[in-house]
Design a protein around this ligand. Structure first.
Ligand code: DGL
Length: 278
C-alpha cells in the first residue's frame, strides 16, 4: 500500500483537479480536504492563506498521504515554498507552475489570467510565465464573483454569464488569445466563459498538474498498483452537507460521506506544531 494522494482547496474548486486525478490515475486513492469554514479564500490576507495551507498539509500528512496537490491557486501562490520547507520529505505540487507551463505552450499570443483577487495580487502567474517565456505579454484579471457563484451551484446562469462578460472584457480588449483558468473553481464555469470568449484558447492547469503528479509518483516509486484497495475520503472544515451534494454533481461521482475536521482542534494544533518545527 503506497498511501493516498492528498488534495486540498477552499471548497469545491479542487474537485476539478481531483476529477482529473481519478480519470487519469484510476488506481490511486485520494483524501480531499475542503476548507469550507473559510471559503472563499479570494479576498483574505495572503499570510492567513499560508497558515491554512500549512495546517491542512500537516492534517493530511497525519492521515498518511504519500504526496500532496495544492489544488488551489491562492495556496500555491503563497504557501508552496513554506510547505515544502516544513515537510521536505513529501512531494508537494502546486497548480501555478503547471498552469504557466500549459499557458506558454498553448496557442501563443497574449495571455490573460482569470483568478481570485489574492492570486492576482501575488503576481505569481505573471512572474512564473515571464520566467518561462520572458517576452510573454500577460494580463491578470480578478474575478471576485466567480467562487461564490460556483459554491452556490450557480454555474450555468445568466448571473454567471454577466460576470464572465465583465471579467473577460479587459482581457479581450488586450487581445488575449490564451485564457488561463487561474482558480480551480473556474473550470466549472467553462461553459459560460467559452460562450463569452468563443475564440479563446482556454487553459485549465489541472491537466498539466496531473502530468506532473504522474511523473513525480513514477520517479519516486509511489504509483499505486491495480491490486491496491481503493478508497476516496473527503473532509470539510465547515459545511459538509452542501459540499457532499454539490461535490457529487461537480465530480460526477457520488460523495457519500464527508467527515468534519475542526479548525481549532486538529487543524489549529497542527498548524502551531508545524510552525514550531520550522
Ligand atoms: N479555488 C481556489 C483557487 O484556486 C480558491 C478560491 C477561493 O476560495 O477564493 O484559488
Amino acid at each position: 500500500m503506497t498511501g493516498p494522494i492528498g488534495v486540498f482547496d477552499s471548497g469545491l474548486g479542487g474537485l476539478t483537479v481531483a476529477g482529473e486525478i481519478l480519470r487519469r490515475l484510476p488506481n490511486e486513492s485520494i483524501i480531499y480536504f475542503a476548507d469550507t469554514a473559510h471559503v472563499p479564500y479570494g479576498e483574505r490576507p495572503l499570510e492567513e492563506i499560508k497558515g491554512f495551507a500549512v495546517g491542512i498539509t500537516r492534517f493530511l500528512i497525519d492521515r498518511g498521504v504519500k504526496s500532496l496537490v495544492m489544488a488551489c491557486n491562492m495556496s500555491s501562490a503563497v504557501a508552496l515554498e513554506s510547505a515544502r520547507e516544513a515537510f521536505p520529505d513529501l512531494p508537494i505540487l502546486g497548480v501555478i507552475e503547471p498552469g504557466s507551463q500549459a499557458a506558454v505552450s498553448a496557442c501563443g499570443g497574449v495571455i490573460g489570467i482569470l483568478a481570485t483577487t489574492g492570486t492576482v495580487e501575488s503576481g505569481a502567474y505573471t512572474r512564473t510565465i515571464r520566467r518561462l517565456a520572458p517576452e510573454a505579454e500577460v494580463y491578470e484579471q480578478a474575478c471576485p464573483a466567480f467562487v461564490p457563484l460556483v459554491e452556490a451551484g450557480l454555474t450555468d446562469t445568466e448571473e454567471a454569464e454577466e460576470a464572465a462578460r465583465e471579467y473577460l472584457e479587459p482581457l479581450l480588449l488586450a487581445r488575449a488569445r490564451t485564457i488561463v483558468l487561474g482558480c480551480t473553481h473556474y473550470p466549472f464555469l467553462r461553459g459560460v466563459i467559452s460562450r463569452v470568449a468563443p475564440q479563446a484558447c482556454i487553459v485549465d492547469p489541472a491537466e498539466e498538474t496531473v502530468n506532473e503528479l504522474q511523473k513525480v509518483l513514477l520517479e519516486r516509486g509511489l504509483r499505486a498498483g491495480p491490486g491496491e484497495r481503493k478508497e476516496h475520503v473527503f473532509f470539510a472544515s465547515g459545511d459538509t452537507e452542501g459540499f457532499a451534494r454539490l461535490g457529487s454533481r461537480f465530480l460526477r461521482q457520488e460523495i457519500s460521506s464527508v467527515e468534519r475536521a475542526e479548525w481549532g482542534m486538529d487543524l489549529f494544533a497542527a498548524q502551531t506544531a508545524a510552525s514550531r518545527e520550522r
